[in-house]
Write a new protein. Sequence first.
Length: 177
Amino acid sequence: MAHVLVTGGVRSGKSRYAESLLDPSATVTYATPGYPADPTVDAEWAARVAAHQLRRPSSWRTVETLALGEAVASAPGPVLVDCLGTWLTRLFDAWQAWEADESTWLPQLDTEVSGLVSAIAGHAGDVVVVTNEVGWGLVSEYRSGRLFADHLGRTNQRVAQACDRVVLMVAGRPLDT
């Protein structure tokens, strides 16, 4: 059993590497919190989702949900979560957190992250979690950018504590810790 957090920048190869860590013949639960892929709404997003789906073995089961903790906890075997940055964005959107006072949604975020961390730590099978690396650039002049970077950074730290390994992807190459 391995619990691995895979992090890196945009197009660093995170998802592809994370997928390679799991047995392609296993029945993997692929938990994704992304928005539904509707080419009439966002053709580029739909193309990204389709490319991800084509790479996955047919035995892998996709679960589209914001309840990532529940998805991990209920999965009967290996789990791949892709990705925490998308999850945080969708949670913030659902809670209208971008402009709201943090006190109105921060307890809910703590509950969601705690549930995910507990599910990862308690899962008897392999769990691979993909996330975005934040904080290597300038501090955003916009509140939304600062909220995202601050809370994704904290979420990544908490999830990393439930993992055996953290892998940083750079230019398609894994740097393992």
